[in-house]
Design a binder for this molecule. Structure first.
Ligand SMILES: Cc1cc2nc3c(=O)[nH]c(=O)nc-3n(C[C@H](O)[C@H](O)[C@H](O)COP(=O)(O)OP(=O)(O)OC[C@H]3O[C@@H](n4cnc5c(N)ncnc54)[C@H](O)[C@@H]3O)c2cc1C
Length: 286
């Protein structure tokens, strides 16, 4: 039988937040392990060719390069990849968390940190011609002349509508009530050739293998930018909650999982730094 591996902190999620936390914990002399669902570290940004915004001191860096720089500072032998938590137990005598992983390993940790991010949402059934959420790689296969229906009125929708138009696609942008994109993007949209429309709530989108139909018009693709749903993985483990459904003080959540109004890298990294300091302080007193 494999022996349990003991660490100060088990981090679930190896994206921006989880990796930043790991680096802070290393600096504070605390031991950690990362459990990452994918076979690679870095989260969705690891493959993103976007030039990141709002990262002072990093002019024109792509998500991929930014994450590669962070991953370079990580002891990858301490990361369980293509792996998830399957079971968490705790007993009264020893308050450490006993965790079973999907790769058969077992971990014992004093603190658990969940940094599992958020997934883009769509009210439509998954289909090849329905693209959900931002990412250049998701639209890379579209071609000049493709008719694309962009759904959503925030920054991601506006930005992708402009990119698609630059790629030579014919873009119709449908906004539910009003455009919410930042003023810079809104100005660019207004100055563009993009067909911009406002609609009510019901959207009778008809999706088939050959295309999309809406209000009697047909499109090759629909691209949906309706925001994000934070991961709810914590609720899979009732043992993490107290009698009044409050989460244990030995469990932390950070990054996009906390459902920030404006998810971003700096906020996530700041939260990771704060959580690392809180954990270090708590462990000093344990
Ligand atoms: C395409 C794109 C472009 C962006 N551009 C910018 C930008 O320009 N500037 C900016 O500031 N922000 C940008 N963001 C937002 C920024 O990337 C996020 O705010 C940040 O990554 C949040 O970090 P996180 O650690 O909470 O989540 P993530 O970085 O998403 O990491 C979550 C990790 O958890 C893993 N995971 C999920 N569930 C489980 C599970 N059950 N078990 C184990 N692991 C799990 C995932 O595989 C992933 O690796 C962008 C996001 C995307 C998607």
């Amino acid at each position: 039988m494999m022996t349990d591996h003991c660490v100060d902190v088990l981090i679930i999620g190896g994206g921006v937040g989880g990796l930043t936390l790991a680096q802070w914990l290393t600096g504070l002399g605390r031991s950690w392990r990362i459990v990452e669902r994918e076979a690679y570290l870095g989260g969705p940004l690891a493959h993103s060719q976007y030039v990141l915004k709002w990262i002072p001191g990093w002019p024109a860096v792509s998500g991929r390069d930014y994450m590669a720089a962070i991953v370079a500072g990580i002891e990858t032998a301490h990361c369980e990849l293509a792996c998830e938590l399957t079971q968490i137990q705790r007993n009264q005598i020893d308050p450490a968390w006993r965790c079973q992983l999907s790769n058969g390993r077992a971990m014992v940790a004093k603190k658990l940190v969940f940094a599992c991010g958020a997934a883009p949402v769509s009210p439509f059934a998954p289909a090849e011609r329905v693209i959900v959420g931002p990412g250049l790689q998701k639209i890379a296969h579209l071609q000049t002349g493709d008719r694309v229906l962009v759904l959503g009125g925030g920054d991601n929708a506006a930005e992708h509508a402009l990119i698609l138009q630059e790629m030579g696609c014919s873009v119709v942008m449908l906004v539910r009530h009003a455009l919410r994109a930042s003023s810079v993007l809104a100005q660019q949209l207004r100055a563009s050739q993009i067909d911009f429309r406002v609609y009510g709530d019901a959207l009778p989108l008809n999706v088939s293998a050959s295309g999309i139909e809406l209000f009697g018009e047909s499109y090759d693709y629909a691209a949906v930018y309706y925001g994000y749903q934070p991961s709810t993985v914590v609720t899979d483990f009732p043992v993490l909650y107290g009698p009044e459904q409050q989460i244990s003080r030995d469990v932390f959540i950070l990054g996009d999982m906390t459902g920030p109004t404006y998810p971003n890298i700096l906020l996530t990294q700041g939260q990771a730094a704060v959580v690392a300091k809180q954990i270090d302080h708590a462990l000093s007193g344990d």
